[in-house]
Ligand binder design. Structure first.
Ligand SMILES: *Cc1c(COP(=O)(O)O)cnc(C)c1O
Length: 398
Protein backbone atom coordinates (compact mmCIF):
# COMPACT_ATOMS: atom_id res chain seq x y z
CA UNK A 1 0.00 0.00 0.00
CA UNK A 2 1.30 3.52 -0.74
CA UNK A 3 2.08 5.75 2.23
CA UNK A 4 -0.85 7.94 3.38
CA UNK A 5 -0.80 11.29 1.61
CA UNK A 6 0.82 14.26 3.27
CA UNK A 7 -1.97 16.50 4.69
CA UNK A 8 -1.03 19.46 2.49
CA UNK A 9 -1.23 17.14 -0.56
CA UNK A 10 -4.62 15.74 0.35
CA UNK A 11 -5.89 19.33 0.48
CA UNK A 12 -4.75 19.92 -3.12
CA UNK A 13 -7.44 21.56 -5.18
CA UNK A 14 -7.92 22.04 -8.91
CA UNK A 15 -9.10 25.59 -9.57
CA UNK A 16 -9.24 25.51 -13.38
CA UNK A 17 -12.31 25.10 -15.59
CA UNK A 18 -12.93 21.53 -16.76
CA UNK A 19 -15.68 22.72 -19.10
CA UNK A 20 -13.52 25.15 -21.10
CA UNK A 21 -13.93 24.57 -24.87
CA UNK A 22 -10.91 24.79 -27.21
CA UNK A 23 -10.13 28.50 -27.83
CA UNK A 24 -10.50 30.04 -31.29
CA UNK A 25 -7.08 30.76 -32.86
CA UNK A 26 -6.25 34.42 -33.69
CA UNK A 27 -6.17 33.71 -37.46
CA UNK A 28 -9.74 32.40 -37.19
CA UNK A 29 -10.87 35.50 -35.30
CA UNK A 30 -9.39 37.71 -38.02
CA UNK A 31 -11.01 35.68 -40.83
CA UNK A 32 -14.38 35.73 -39.07
CA UNK A 33 -14.17 39.48 -38.55
CA UNK A 34 -13.35 40.10 -42.22
CA UNK A 35 -16.32 37.96 -43.24
CA UNK A 36 -18.66 39.80 -40.89
CA UNK A 37 -17.49 43.11 -42.30
CA UNK A 38 -18.47 41.89 -45.80
CA UNK A 39 -21.68 40.40 -44.50
CA UNK A 40 -21.07 37.26 -46.57
CA UNK A 41 -22.19 34.91 -43.82
CA UNK A 42 -24.26 32.67 -46.12
CA UNK A 43 -22.01 30.15 -47.85
CA UNK A 44 -23.43 30.62 -51.34
CA UNK A 45 -23.52 33.72 -53.52
CA UNK A 46 -25.94 34.14 -56.38
CA UNK A 47 -22.98 35.16 -58.49
CA UNK A 48 -20.11 32.96 -57.39
CA UNK A 49 -19.20 32.06 -53.85
CA UNK A 50 -16.69 29.33 -54.62
CA UNK A 51 -14.17 31.46 -52.72
CA UNK A 52 -16.41 31.28 -49.64
CA UNK A 53 -14.75 29.87 -46.54
CA UNK A 54 -17.17 26.90 -46.48
CA UNK A 55 -16.11 25.59 -49.89
CA UNK A 56 -12.44 26.02 -48.99
CA UNK A 57 -12.95 24.35 -45.61
CA UNK A 58 -14.60 21.33 -47.24
CA UNK A 59 -11.68 20.95 -49.64
CA UNK A 60 -9.16 21.24 -46.78
CA UNK A 61 -11.00 18.82 -44.49
CA UNK A 62 -11.39 16.28 -47.32
CA UNK A 63 -7.69 16.56 -48.07
CA UNK A 64 -6.70 16.10 -44.42
CA UNK A 65 -8.56 12.77 -44.45
CA UNK A 66 -7.65 11.68 -47.97
CA UNK A 67 -11.34 11.77 -48.95
CA UNK A 68 -12.73 12.73 -52.36
CA UNK A 69 -15.80 14.59 -51.13
CA UNK A 70 -16.80 16.61 -48.09
CA UNK A 71 -20.03 18.40 -47.15
CA UNK A 72 -20.02 20.89 -44.28
CA UNK A 73 -23.29 21.13 -42.34
CA UNK A 74 -24.72 22.81 -39.27
CA UNK A 75 -24.10 20.04 -36.69
CA UNK A 76 -22.76 16.55 -36.13
CA UNK A 77 -26.31 15.30 -35.70
CA UNK A 78 -27.26 16.77 -39.09
CA UNK A 79 -24.22 15.09 -40.66
CA UNK A 80 -25.38 11.71 -39.30
CA UNK A 81 -28.96 12.24 -40.47
CA UNK A 82 -27.90 13.34 -43.97
CA UNK A 83 -25.33 10.55 -44.33
CA UNK A 84 -27.89 7.87 -43.42
CA UNK A 85 -30.50 9.44 -45.67
CA UNK A 86 -28.01 9.84 -48.55
CA UNK A 87 -27.04 6.17 -48.07
CA UNK A 88 -30.67 5.31 -48.75
CA UNK A 89 -31.71 4.43 -45.20
CA UNK A 90 -35.33 5.18 -44.31
CA UNK A 91 -38.61 3.85 -42.91
CA UNK A 92 -38.72 0.08 -42.51
CA UNK A 93 -34.94 -0.19 -42.13
CA UNK A 94 -33.19 -1.44 -39.02
CA UNK A 95 -29.97 0.38 -38.17
CA UNK A 96 -27.50 -1.13 -35.72
CA UNK A 97 -25.72 1.17 -33.29
CA UNK A 98 -23.40 0.38 -30.39
CA UNK A 99 -25.17 0.96 -27.07
CA UNK A 100 -22.50 3.33 -25.71
CA UNK A 101 -23.22 6.43 -27.76
CA UNK A 102 -24.78 9.86 -27.51
CA UNK A 103 -28.45 10.73 -28.00
CA UNK A 104 -27.89 12.60 -31.34
CA UNK A 105 -26.50 9.44 -32.95
CA UNK A 106 -29.52 7.31 -31.99
CA UNK A 107 -31.73 10.26 -32.87
CA UNK A 108 -30.29 10.50 -36.39
CA UNK A 109 -31.62 6.98 -37.00
CA UNK A 110 -35.02 8.04 -35.65
CA UNK A 111 -34.83 11.18 -37.83
CA UNK A 112 -34.59 9.16 -41.07
CA UNK A 113 -37.57 7.10 -39.90
CA UNK A 114 -35.60 3.89 -39.32
CA UNK A 115 -35.53 1.65 -36.21
CA UNK A 116 -32.39 1.84 -34.04
CA UNK A 117 -31.19 -1.58 -32.82
CA UNK A 118 -28.65 -1.47 -29.99
CA UNK A 119 -25.57 -3.67 -30.17
CA UNK A 120 -23.80 -4.60 -26.94
CA UNK A 121 -20.39 -3.23 -25.98
CA UNK A 122 -17.27 -4.64 -24.34
CA UNK A 123 -15.66 -3.41 -21.09
CA UNK A 124 -13.37 -1.38 -23.37
CA UNK A 125 -16.45 0.70 -24.35
CA UNK A 126 -16.49 -0.39 -27.99
CA UNK A 127 -18.94 -2.40 -30.06
CA UNK A 128 -19.03 -6.13 -29.25
CA UNK A 129 -18.18 -7.76 -32.59
CA UNK A 130 -19.85 -11.08 -31.65
CA UNK A 131 -23.16 -9.34 -31.01
CA UNK A 132 -22.64 -7.28 -34.18
CA UNK A 133 -22.04 -10.42 -36.25
CA UNK A 134 -25.23 -11.98 -34.88
CA UNK A 135 -27.39 -8.92 -35.63
CA UNK A 136 -25.96 -7.75 -38.97
CA UNK A 137 -27.97 -10.17 -41.17
CA UNK A 138 -31.25 -8.56 -39.99
CA UNK A 139 -30.09 -4.95 -40.44
CA UNK A 140 -29.73 -2.53 -43.33
CA UNK A 141 -26.88 -0.41 -41.91
CA UNK A 142 -24.51 0.08 -38.98
CA UNK A 143 -24.04 3.48 -37.37
CA UNK A 144 -20.68 2.93 -35.72
CA UNK A 145 -20.23 5.47 -32.94
CA UNK A 146 -16.74 6.07 -31.53
CA UNK A 147 -18.28 7.43 -28.35
CA UNK A 148 -15.72 9.27 -26.21
CA UNK A 149 -13.14 8.35 -28.85
CA UNK A 150 -12.83 4.62 -28.09
CA UNK A 151 -11.84 2.65 -31.18
CA UNK A 152 -12.78 -0.99 -31.78
CA UNK A 153 -10.66 -3.47 -33.74
CA UNK A 154 -11.70 -2.10 -37.13
CA UNK A 155 -10.75 -5.26 -39.04
CA UNK A 156 -13.02 -7.29 -36.74
CA UNK A 157 -15.85 -4.74 -37.06
CA UNK A 158 -15.67 -4.67 -40.86
CA UNK A 159 -15.71 -8.47 -40.98
CA UNK A 160 -18.61 -8.74 -38.51
CA UNK A 161 -20.72 -6.13 -40.32
CA UNK A 162 -20.46 -8.11 -43.55
CA UNK A 163 -21.88 -6.19 -46.48
CA UNK A 164 -24.21 -3.75 -44.70
CA UNK A 165 -23.12 -0.12 -45.16
CA UNK A 166 -21.34 1.52 -42.23
CA UNK A 167 -21.77 5.20 -41.39
CA UNK A 168 -19.10 6.30 -38.90
CA UNK A 169 -19.92 8.70 -36.06
CA UNK A 170 -16.51 10.33 -35.56
CA UNK A 171 -17.71 13.16 -33.29
CA UNK A 172 -15.18 12.05 -30.66
CA UNK A 173 -12.59 10.63 -33.04
CA UNK A 174 -11.50 13.56 -35.22
CA UNK A 175 -7.79 13.02 -35.90
CA UNK A 176 -7.82 9.39 -34.71
CA UNK A 177 -6.44 6.54 -36.83
CA UNK A 178 -6.62 2.75 -37.02
CA UNK A 179 -3.52 1.05 -38.47
CA UNK A 180 -2.52 4.45 -39.83
CA UNK A 181 -5.80 5.01 -41.68
CA UNK A 182 -7.98 7.95 -40.56
CA UNK A 183 -11.12 7.10 -38.64
CA UNK A 184 -14.00 8.24 -40.81
CA UNK A 185 -12.53 6.50 -43.88
CA UNK A 186 -13.74 2.96 -43.15
CA UNK A 187 -17.45 3.18 -43.91
CA UNK A 188 -19.49 4.60 -46.81
CA UNK A 189 -19.41 7.94 -44.99
CA UNK A 190 -17.64 9.47 -42.00
CA UNK A 191 -19.45 12.10 -39.92
CA UNK A 192 -17.77 14.69 -37.72
CA UNK A 193 -18.90 17.41 -35.32
CA UNK A 194 -17.56 20.93 -34.80
CA UNK A 195 -19.77 21.55 -31.77
CA UNK A 196 -18.06 23.57 -29.04
CA UNK A 197 -16.92 20.60 -26.97
CA UNK A 198 -15.31 18.64 -29.79
CA UNK A 199 -11.82 18.71 -31.36
CA UNK A 200 -12.75 21.54 -33.74
CA UNK A 201 -14.87 24.31 -32.27
CA UNK A 202 -17.27 26.45 -34.27
CA UNK A 203 -19.95 26.34 -31.60
CA UNK A 204 -22.02 24.32 -34.05
CA UNK A 205 -20.98 22.49 -37.19
CA UNK A 206 -20.47 19.13 -38.81
CA UNK A 207 -18.95 17.32 -41.79
CA UNK A 208 -19.67 14.32 -43.98
CA UNK A 209 -16.77 12.79 -45.90
CA UNK A 210 -17.13 10.07 -48.51
CA UNK A 211 -15.64 8.71 -51.73
CA UNK A 212 -19.08 7.82 -53.12
CA UNK A 213 -20.09 10.37 -55.77
CA UNK A 214 -23.83 9.64 -55.57
CA UNK A 215 -23.87 9.74 -51.77
CA UNK A 216 -21.93 13.04 -51.83
CA UNK A 217 -24.26 14.56 -54.42
CA UNK A 218 -27.37 13.56 -52.45
CA UNK A 219 -25.88 14.90 -49.21
CA UNK A 220 -24.87 18.24 -50.78
CA UNK A 221 -28.34 18.71 -52.26
CA UNK A 222 -30.21 17.65 -49.10
CA UNK A 223 -27.95 19.84 -46.93
CA UNK A 224 -29.60 22.77 -48.69
CA UNK A 225 -27.44 23.82 -51.64
CA UNK A 226 -30.36 25.14 -53.72
CA UNK A 227 -29.13 25.16 -57.33
CA UNK A 228 -25.81 26.65 -56.20
CA UNK A 229 -24.06 23.31 -55.70
CA UNK A 230 -21.42 24.11 -58.32
CA UNK A 231 -19.89 26.45 -55.71
CA UNK A 232 -18.73 23.42 -53.72
CA UNK A 233 -15.14 22.37 -54.35
CA UNK A 234 -14.91 18.92 -52.72
CA UNK A 235 -17.86 17.74 -54.83
CA UNK A 236 -18.63 15.21 -57.55
CA UNK A 237 -18.90 16.25 -61.18
CA UNK A 238 -21.74 18.61 -61.98
CA UNK A 239 -23.61 16.04 -64.08
CA UNK A 240 -23.93 13.77 -60.99
CA UNK A 241 -25.39 16.63 -58.96
CA UNK A 242 -27.65 17.71 -61.82
CA UNK A 243 -29.01 14.17 -62.13
CA UNK A 244 -29.97 14.01 -58.43
CA UNK A 245 -31.12 17.63 -58.05
CA UNK A 246 -34.82 17.19 -58.93
CA UNK A 247 -35.12 14.19 -56.59
CA UNK A 248 -33.54 15.51 -53.40
CA UNK A 249 -35.44 17.55 -50.81
CA UNK A 250 -33.69 20.61 -49.34
CA UNK A 251 -33.39 20.20 -45.56
CA UNK A 252 -31.48 23.49 -45.03
CA UNK A 253 -28.74 22.13 -42.78
CA UNK A 254 -25.97 24.26 -44.26
CA UNK A 255 -22.83 25.39 -42.46
CA UNK A 256 -22.52 29.17 -42.37
CA UNK A 257 -19.53 30.91 -43.90
CA UNK A 258 -18.82 32.28 -40.44
CA UNK A 259 -18.48 28.83 -38.86
CA UNK A 260 -16.24 27.81 -41.76
CA UNK A 261 -14.01 30.86 -41.24
CA UNK A 262 -13.63 29.89 -37.57
CA UNK A 263 -12.75 26.30 -38.49
CA UNK A 264 -10.20 26.64 -41.29
CA UNK A 265 -7.20 27.54 -39.09
CA UNK A 266 -8.28 24.84 -36.63
CA UNK A 267 -7.93 22.12 -39.30
CA UNK A 268 -4.28 23.11 -39.67
CA UNK A 269 -3.90 22.97 -35.87
CA UNK A 270 -5.62 19.62 -35.46
CA UNK A 271 -2.55 17.33 -35.42
CA UNK A 272 -0.94 19.47 -32.70
CA UNK A 273 -4.20 19.49 -30.72
CA UNK A 274 -4.47 15.71 -30.94
CA UNK A 275 -0.87 15.29 -29.71
CA UNK A 276 -1.52 17.61 -26.80
CA UNK A 277 -4.76 15.83 -25.85
CA UNK A 278 -2.98 12.47 -25.95
CA UNK A 279 -0.35 13.86 -23.58
CA UNK A 280 -2.96 15.20 -21.15
CA UNK A 281 -4.86 11.90 -21.21
CA UNK A 282 -1.69 9.87 -20.55
CA UNK A 283 -0.69 12.12 -17.64
CA UNK A 284 -4.07 11.76 -15.87
CA UNK A 285 -4.24 8.02 -16.63
CA UNK A 286 -0.78 7.45 -15.11
CA UNK A 287 -1.99 8.71 -11.72
CA UNK A 288 -5.07 6.49 -11.82
CA UNK A 289 -3.09 3.27 -12.20
CA UNK A 290 -2.66 3.24 -8.41
CA UNK A 291 -6.39 2.63 -7.76
CA UNK A 292 -6.91 -1.15 -7.57
CA UNK A 293 -10.60 -1.30 -8.50
CA UNK A 294 -10.46 1.43 -11.14
CA UNK A 295 -10.33 0.15 -14.73
CA UNK A 296 -9.22 2.23 -17.69
CA UNK A 297 -10.44 0.91 -21.06
CA UNK A 298 -7.61 -0.41 -23.21
CA UNK A 299 -7.46 -0.08 -26.98
CA UNK A 300 -6.47 -2.63 -29.60
CA UNK A 301 -2.86 -2.41 -30.94
CA UNK A 302 -3.79 -0.65 -34.21
CA UNK A 303 -5.76 2.11 -32.48
CA UNK A 304 -4.46 5.68 -32.16
CA UNK A 305 -7.39 7.46 -30.48
CA UNK A 306 -7.69 11.23 -30.18
CA UNK A 307 -9.15 11.58 -26.65
CA UNK A 308 -10.70 14.80 -25.38
CA UNK A 309 -11.90 13.17 -22.15
CA UNK A 310 -11.08 10.19 -19.96
CA UNK A 311 -13.33 7.32 -18.87
CA UNK A 312 -12.95 4.63 -16.24
CA UNK A 313 -15.13 2.17 -14.41
CA UNK A 314 -15.01 1.92 -10.63
CA UNK A 315 -16.02 -1.51 -9.35
CA UNK A 316 -18.16 -0.30 -6.41
CA UNK A 317 -21.84 -0.03 -5.52
CA UNK A 318 -23.60 3.14 -6.69
CA UNK A 319 -23.68 4.80 -3.25
CA UNK A 320 -19.90 4.47 -2.98
CA UNK A 321 -19.40 5.88 -6.47
CA UNK A 322 -21.63 8.84 -5.55
CA UNK A 323 -19.51 9.47 -2.42
CA UNK A 324 -16.31 9.25 -4.50
CA UNK A 325 -17.69 11.84 -6.96
CA UNK A 326 -18.53 14.16 -4.06
CA UNK A 327 -14.99 13.91 -2.68
CA UNK A 328 -13.47 14.68 -6.11
CA UNK A 329 -15.91 17.58 -6.65
CA UNK A 330 -14.92 19.05 -3.27
CA UNK A 331 -11.34 19.24 -4.62
CA UNK A 332 -12.49 20.98 -7.82
CA UNK A 333 -12.71 17.96 -10.16
CA UNK A 334 -16.17 17.45 -11.65
CA UNK A 335 -16.61 13.84 -12.76
CA UNK A 336 -19.65 12.71 -14.72
CA UNK A 337 -21.27 9.36 -14.02
CA UNK A 338 -23.31 7.34 -16.51
CA UNK A 339 -24.87 5.40 -13.63
CA UNK A 340 -27.02 8.26 -12.35
CA UNK A 341 -30.70 7.37 -12.44
CA UNK A 342 -31.54 10.54 -14.39
CA UNK A 343 -29.81 11.80 -17.55
CA UNK A 344 -27.53 14.74 -16.69
CA UNK A 345 -25.83 16.98 -19.23
CA UNK A 346 -24.29 14.75 -21.90
CA UNK A 347 -24.43 11.49 -19.93
CA UNK A 348 -27.61 9.82 -21.10
CA UNK A 349 -27.78 6.05 -21.70
CA UNK A 350 -30.13 3.69 -23.58
CA UNK A 351 -32.86 3.53 -20.90
CA UNK A 352 -33.20 7.32 -21.20
CA UNK A 353 -34.05 7.04 -24.92
CA UNK A 354 -37.69 5.94 -24.81
CA UNK A 355 -37.99 7.12 -28.44
CA UNK A 356 -35.59 4.38 -29.50
CA UNK A 357 -37.69 1.73 -27.70
CA UNK A 358 -34.74 -0.57 -27.17
CA UNK A 359 -33.69 -2.61 -24.13
CA UNK A 360 -30.16 -1.93 -22.85
CA UNK A 361 -27.89 -4.87 -23.81
CA UNK A 362 -26.56 -6.71 -20.72
CA UNK A 363 -22.87 -5.79 -20.77
CA UNK A 364 -23.67 -2.17 -21.60
CA UNK A 365 -26.05 -2.01 -18.61
CA UNK A 366 -23.37 -3.39 -16.27
CA UNK A 367 -20.55 -1.16 -17.59
CA UNK A 368 -22.56 2.08 -17.79
CA UNK A 369 -23.70 1.69 -14.16
CA UNK A 370 -20.05 2.08 -13.07
CA UNK A 371 -18.75 4.39 -15.79
CA UNK A 372 -17.16 7.72 -14.85
CA UNK A 373 -16.13 10.44 -17.28
CA UNK A 374 -13.80 13.45 -16.98
CA UNK A 375 -13.56 16.15 -19.60
CA UNK A 376 -9.98 17.15 -20.48
CA UNK A 377 -9.80 20.71 -21.79
CA UNK A 378 -7.02 21.38 -24.27
CA UNK A 379 -5.63 24.17 -22.10
CA UNK A 380 -4.65 21.87 -19.20
CA UNK A 381 -0.94 21.96 -18.40
CA UNK A 382 0.97 18.77 -17.51
CA UNK A 383 0.91 19.94 -13.90
CA UNK A 384 -2.88 20.41 -14.08
CA UNK A 385 -3.29 16.93 -15.57
CA UNK A 386 -1.15 15.31 -12.86
CA UNK A 387 -3.03 17.24 -10.17
CA UNK A 388 -6.40 16.08 -11.54
CA UNK A 389 -5.14 12.49 -11.59
CA UNK A 390 -3.94 12.73 -7.98
CA UNK A 391 -7.22 14.24 -6.81
CA UNK A 392 -9.21 11.46 -8.49
CA UNK A 393 -6.92 8.75 -7.08
CA UNK A 394 -7.18 10.18 -3.55
CA UNK A 395 -10.96 10.57 -3.81
CA UNK A 396 -10.99 6.87 -4.74
CA UNK A 397 -9.12 6.16 -1.49
CA UNK A 398 -5.47 5.89 -2.58
C1 LIG B 1 -21.39 15.47 -30.08
C2 LIG B 1 -21.70 14.14 -30.62
C3 LIG B 1 -22.56 13.95 -31.71
C4 LIG B 1 -23.36 15.04 -32.37
O1 LIG B 1 -22.77 16.22 -32.51
P1 LIG B 1 -23.60 17.62 -32.47
O2 LIG B 1 -22.72 18.46 -33.30
O3 LIG B 1 -23.74 18.02 -31.05
O4 LIG B 1 -24.92 17.36 -33.14
C5 LIG B 1 -22.75 12.68 -32.18
N1 LIG B 1 -22.16 11.63 -31.62
C6 LIG B 1 -21.34 11.74 -30.56
C7 LIG B 1 -20.70 10.52 -29.99
C8 LIG B 1 -21.10 13.00 -30.02
O5 LIG B 1 -20.31 13.11 -28.96
Amino acid sequence: MPAPPHPSHSAERFTGDLTAPPPIPPAALAAAQALMRDGALFRYGEQGGAENAAAALEAEFAESLGARYCVAVNSGGSALFLALKAAGIGPGDRVLINAFTLAPAVSAIVHVGAQPVLVDITPDLVVDTEDLRARAPDAQALLLSYMRGHLPDMDAVMAAAGDIPIVEDCAHATGATWAGRPIGRFGVAGCFSAQGYKHLNAGEGGFIVTDDADLAARAILMSGSYMLYAQHRARPEQRVLARWAPHMPNFSMRMTGLAAALLRPQIAELPARVDRWRGIHARVAAELAAVPDLRLPTSAPGAAPAPTSLQFTLDRPGAQIAAFLDRAAAQGVAIKWFGRPEAVGFTSRPDHWAYAAQPTPPTAARILANLCDIRLPLALTDADAALIGRIVARAAGV
